[in-house]
Design a protein around this ligand. Structure first.
Ligand SMILES: [Cu+2]
Length: 623
């Protein structure tokens, strides 16, 4: 069960539904205690208020609720009120059928287009067999079957217009950007149903007024216990022992041409309402295909957008009962192995955490061992290594050891070298570290989504002979990542419309919350750049003079191949080891040179944001 209150709209819908319940209780009490109506109308108003909330309550009070004792007969006479009554008993049956069908089809996992057809058929059946035929039978007499026949055309016309309003409301809102609207266990589903009934009511009202005027539908009626009299009661209509209060119009039956034209337009309206939304949204998607996905606000959703696309790009649903890890929590902490029979064994757990990247900015991240980036795995060349990965994510995962020479079944590619690890499952990755240098590990299942949400970490292999390492006094790992945070939700950042990132982190923090490096003039800093990002090549630049590139992609450059530069293009998957000499005292900047990547959602704080890090150089130690 996912959280119900995730977006501001959820609180609005909750308030609306509570108002609808309260309105329904009041209308039900008022109907049975005070309003002189046949019970089919009472139930009609009660159901319509349940779906339409305070709007239906308003209609009830203005058009049907007896204002003073004994005045109902006269009060409900105007045609517009008769039309309301006719629409209410149509909508009560139709929408009950539609909503029941929607709950059932969503649970069965049918595509939306089929949902709509089943909903139409069920709504029509409910309206015709329950509300119309029974209602007409009570009013007009005759057998039940006669009344089914008599109600068929009016119900057909009314239902067509009702669905012409309700179907596009459901399609466009349910298949829009918050797919929780397709899930009957979510508030949003009931919010959409409520709005759909209101739109359906408005769409069906004009035809109902016309049909009442033409005498082929009934409007509002008064039903009092026999012998009840009031001083100000309107004179009873002669011969009307059933207390019919609507203006008798049975003499003005519609011609077959009129009925045919109205019926035709109702069919056209229905077809338009059912089919037109398919121009904008994918009606082949089923609730089951999309889960409770919430799309990024700017994502382009079309008739081709598949359920898989939506799940890939969807927001991380905030973990329940999970306090955010604040700025004291660190990513990239060194993971301590246990040694079993000479094998260094590391334990990794993938799960969802709330992670603070900046004061006041918290992301819902996929993380190894509750930290972003995942913990640093550091071994020595020649070590036998095993990593036990356990999956606590809401989806399958695997982990790939980027750049390593290892047995193929250990390579971690989902569906190719291994089965994806189910939620709750685990996998043991075992290999011998034959290379030396800067590597990293990352998810290789739903990688478009999972790595972008934080499933990566540094993997550093020290050379067997420490003398082979390029010497430096201070070492700093720099892992870059991009984030998309909108409306308080975290989406995987992608180089795609609506999914481009607006926050950028080094080791899980954005400037000015990034780490600081401290050294003295004359010392050397080794930076291990890791291209853990997934949306851009980051031109990483250090102020205060050039550095020497000593290794690339986990391969040490021989002395003759080393070169000086002040910017390296750190592409996704790439690693660069650079050695930077501290030449002058002061505060020196290390940053990405895509200038937007040095902002936080477009805002600069303390000189920038995102991919920036400060190198503090003190004056050389005195003699
Ligand atoms: Cu950049």
């Amino acid at each position: 069960m996912t959280a119900l209150l995730v977006r501001p709209v959820d609180y609005f819908v909750l308030a609306w539904l509570m108002l609808a319940l309260a309105s329904t209780v009041w209308v039900a009490w008022d109907q049975f205690a005070r309003n002189p109506e046949p019970s089919v109308m009472r139930w009609g108003f009660i159901l319509v208020t349940l779906y339409g909330g305070p709007l239906a309550l308003l209609v009830y009070v203005l058009a049907d609720k007896e204002p003073r004792p004994g005045t109902h007969e006269r009060f409900v006479q105007p045609l517009w009120k008769q039309g309301i009554g006719s629409t209410v008993h149509c909508i009560a049956g139709d929408s009950t059928g539609i909503i029941l069908a929607a709950v059932i089809t969503a649970s069965l996992g049918l595509p939306m287009w089929l949902d709509l057809i089943v909903e139409y058929a069920t709504g029509f059946a409910f309206g015709l067999f329950v509300f119309q035929a029974l209602f007409m039978k009570n009013m007009m007499g005759g057998s039940y079957l006669q009344n089914v026949r008599r109600s068929f055309v009016p119900e057909f016309i009314s239902m067509n217009f009702m669905m012409a309003g309700m179907a596009p409301t459901m399609s466009l809102l349910m298949m829009g950007r918050d797919m929780r609207a397709m899930d009957p266990l979510q508030l949003l589903f009931w919010g959409v149903m409520s709005l759909g009934v209101v739109v359906g009511f408005v769409a069906a009202y004009p035809a109902n007024v016309w049909m009442v005027a033409k005498g082929i539908k009934h409007g509002l009626m008064t039903d009092r216990p026999a012998g009840t009299h009031f001083a100000d009661e309107a004179p009873a209509k002669a011969g009307d022992d059933k207390h019919h209060a609507h203006s008798g119009s049975r003499g003005r039956q519609p011609t077959s041409a009129q009925l045919g034209a109205v019926g035709l337009v109702s069919v056209v309206a229905l077809a338009f309402g059912m089919v037109a939304p398919a121009n904008w949204v994918n009606l082949r998607v089923a609730s089951r295909d999309v889960g409770d996905s919430i799309m990024p606000p700017g994502m382009i959703s079309t008739q081709d957008t598949s359920g898989e696309t939506m799940r890939d790009m969807a927001a991380v649903l905030p973990p329940a009962n999970e306090p955010a890890r604040d700025l004291h929590a660190r990513g990239d902490t060194e993971l301590v192995p246990r040694v079993e029979n000479g094998v260094k064994v590391f334990a990794l757990e993938a799960g969802v955490v709330r992670w603070t990247i900046l004061p006041g900015v918290t992301v819902d991240a996929y993380a190894f061992n509750g930290q972003v980036p995942g913990p640093r795995i550091r071994v020595r060349q020649g070590d036998r290594v095993r990593i036990d990965l356990t999956n606590h994510l809401p989806e399958t995962t695997t982990t790939h050891w980027h750049g390593l020479v290892l047995p193929n079944p250990m390579d971690g590619v989902a569906h190719m070298t291994q089965d994806p690890i189910e939620r709750g499952g685990s996998y043991h990755y075992a290999f011998t570290a034959t290379q030396a240098g800067t590597f990293f590990y990352h998810s290789h299942d739903h990688v478009d989504r999972q790595q972008a949400l934080g499933l990566y970490g540094a993997l550093i292999i020290d050379p067997a002979n420490p003398a082979d390492d390029a010497p430096a006094d201070v070492e700093q790992v720099v892992q870059v990542q991009e984030w998309l945070v909108r409306d308080g939700l975290t989406f995987p950042a992608m180089p795609m419309e609506g999914a481009l990132p607006n926050y950028f982190t080094i080791n899980g923090r954005a400037w000015p919350a990034t780490e600081r490096v401290h050294l003295r003039v004359g010392q050397k800093l080794k930076v291990r750049f890791i291209g853990a990002g997934t949306t851009a090549v980051h031109p990483m630049h250090i102020h205060g003079g050039p550095f020497t590139v000593v290794a690339r992609d986990g391969v040490a450059l021989p002395a003759a191949a080393r070169f000086e530069a002040d910017t390296i293009n750190l592409g996704p998957g790439q690693r660069y080891d650079v050695v930077w000499p501290a030449r002058e005292a002061g505060r020196w900047m290390l940053h990405c040179h895509i200038t937007h990547h040095t902002t936080n959602d477009g805002v600069e704080t303390d000189g920038g944001g995102g991919l920036m890090m400060e190198i503090d150089v003190d004056a050389a130690a005195g003699p």
